[in-house]
Design a protein around this ligand. Structure first.
Ligand code: GLC
Length: 571
């Protein structure tokens, strides 16, 4: 097959992903061309000019593989086909060719910690201990001295991410299988060499097709403590197995093998980013070490957990101090050994302008201030669809508006099992549900927000009447045009890509200030991350030319930052 990516060569800048801006497309919610209310691959092709105009270098596609869609594609039943909901393999080839034609790149989501329970590997594995894939999943006997299949006889006490025990009983096999997420997402056994080889062969197949890399779903969960021991109990009464399944004993061996086996033999370089809940800065530095690491970068979770009190549904106010300390700590810890990924949003996180910003009074100001702080750190920034126009949380009215497996499970457990007041559970969902990120992309003020002419699979946010691409594109003061300028800054100034990082102590709690250095160039960011004005002492010897700001010039008093004002100086 003629690989649409064949035009890329090893002569491409080795570490091209360092100067890249990545745009995540949650396909189901991006653009629908066939009127079924679900986004599709041809819909992306229609909007490539838009992404190019924004300055995007790489597109990350959330999973489009064949899937029962219990977790919107993060449950794959065939890794080598496109789900008919989204189109065909030919549509994907067309998209890839169109992306490459524009000098952009495309990476796929790689979901290989688990498969769908409908994957042929699992269907065979569950039938018999003699099948070819018998050992491809984690099968264990019931706890000794218990009645198999009865509650309490699970092999260990771990809870699953989407509720209940992490074990499911299969009478045909007379054993339990492990699922860290839903029962429909059985965990693959990476300790089995045949399993690893099957994954690597599949990755080869995609790279041969011309894709430019992978975003690897919960990839730090692939090596588990072989004893799978009981763990201390969580609030929900199940054991928290994290210490035993995250960053397990073979994590380095498996990722090193993947790199050696899949990526090293190929000419050219690929973008690899591992999603890693719970990863520490020290682990991340080792994993992304530019000489000895296995991945280009990882997604860490610390800065998106600062408003969670124990679990994500219990809120505590985010403090700017914590945010600043966390971001700066990751910058310093990875230094020039590793490499950071930079994100506020993705398909699992509520919208940042509603969460850490102010989506009413200072909507534009806070969206642009948060964007600036993020993009001007050292690392590769990720823009999640709609972030570039300041899309907000959804404002869902009732439980019937939610679609996400995790959200629905939380509501059922909170209200059904723990007898929580439904309005309390709903409030938590409105704030933290993943569905906040999944409402349709707001292209225009049309009834389906320009996303669909049909009935959308999840409600469009009513604010699409004024908050949409059409009202912002070409408007100098819009969030969209600000993002364009911010991205252009990265492409224009080497200091944004390669500069070192140093936090600036201003003595003001609500200010985040930092400086990047490269040779004689110094880029300084002052951001007021609050609703109140604040004064700041700047250093005029370094802070010379104002290259980006989110308040119009007339209001600029050099030593005062308005609410959510951000300024970027260059020397
Ligand atoms: C990752 C994905 C999330 C999914 C989970 C299980 O965290 O980002 O959407 O539900 O893994 O695959």
């Amino acid at each position: 097959m003629a690989a649409p990516g064949a035009s890329r060569s090893a002569s491409d800048n080795e570490a091209w992903w360092k100067s890249a801006v990545v745009y995540q497309i949650y396909v189901r919610s991006f653009a629908d061309t066939d009127g079924d209310g679900i986004g599709d691959l041809p819909g992306i092709v229609e909007h490539l000019d838009y992404l190019q105009e924004l300055g995007i270098d790489v597109i990350w596609l959330s999973p489009v593989y064949r899937s029962p869609q219990e977790d919107n594609g993060y449950d794959v039943s065939d890794y080598r086909d496109v789900d008919p909901l989204f189109g065909t393999l030919e549509d994907l080839d067309r998209l890839l060719a169109a992306v490459h034609l524009r000098g952009m790149r495309l990476i796929m989501d790689l979901v290989v910690n688990h498969t769908s329970s409908q994957h042929p590997w699992f269907l065979a594995s569950r039938c018999s201990r003699e099948s070819a894939t018998s050992e491809w999943y984690f099968w264990r006997d019931a706890r000794p001295g218990t009645v198999p299949g009865e509650p309490g006889s699970e092999p260990n006490n771990w809870g699953a991410s989407f509720g209940g025990s992490a074990w499911e009983w299969v009478p045909e096999r007379g054993q339990y299988y492990l699922h860290l997420f839903a029962p429909s997402q059985p965990d693959l056994n990476w300790d089995n060499p045949d399993t690893r080889e099957a994954v690597f062969t599949m990755m080869d197949w995609w790279l041969d097709r011309g894709i430019d890399g992978f975003r690897m779903d919960v990839i730090n969960f692939i090596s588990k403590d072989p004893l799978l021991p009981d763990a201390p109990l969580n609030r929900d009464g199940y054991g928290d197995g994290m210490p035993y399944f995250s960053h397990g004993p073979q994590i380095h061996a498996y990722l090193a093998e993947m790199k050696r086996r899949v990526f090293d033999p190929r000419p050219g370089t690929y973008l690899t980013v591992g999603e890693m809940p719970g990863v520490t800065p020290e682990q991340a530095r080792e994993l992304t070490d530019q000489e000895h690491g296995h991945l280009n970068m990882v997604f860490q979770y610390e800065h998106v957990a600062l408003d969670a009190d124990g679990d994500k549904w219990t809120r505590r106010p985010m403090s700017v101090n914590d945010l600043r300390d966390t971001l700066a700590r990751w910058q310093t810890a990875l230094g020039d050994t590793g490499w950071n990924s930079l994100y506020w949003n993705n398909h699992d996180q509520p919208r940042v302008v509603s969460r850490y910003g102010n989506d009413t009074t200072y909507w534009r100001e806070s969206a642009t201030a948060l964007a600036t702080v993020l993009h001007l750190h050292r690392g590769t920034p990720y823009v999640y669809q709609g972030e570039e126009i300041g899309m907000t949380n959804a404002g869902f009215a009732g439980i019937d508006d939610f679609r996400d497996i995790e959200s629905l499970d939380h509501y059922r457990t909170a209200v059904g099992t723990h007898r929580e007041d439904p309005s309390v559970a709903l409030d938590a969902l409105r704030r933290q549900s993943r569905d906040n990120a999944r409402t349709p992309m707001q292209w225009s003020a049309a009834p389906g927000a320009g996303f669909t002419t049909g009935s959308p699979w999840i409600g469009v946010n009513p604010n699409h009447s004024w908050l949409n691409v059409a009202t912002q594109r070409g408007v100098r003061t819009s969030i969209y045009e600000f993002y364009r300028a911010l991205i252009a800054l990265r492409h224009r100034l080497p200091v944004v890509v390669d500069g070192s990082f140093a936090a600036i102590e201003t003595g003001r709690d609500q200010i985040y200030a930092f400086r990047r250095h490269l040779g004689n160039a110094a880029l300084t960011v002052y951001a007021n991350l609050s609703d109140l004005p604040v004064s700041v002492d700047r250093d005029d010897r370094v802070d010379r030319d104002l290259v980006l700001a989110n308040y119009p010039g007339s209001r600029r008093d050099p030593d005062r930052l308005e609410p959510w004002e951000v300024r970027v100086y260059l020397r």
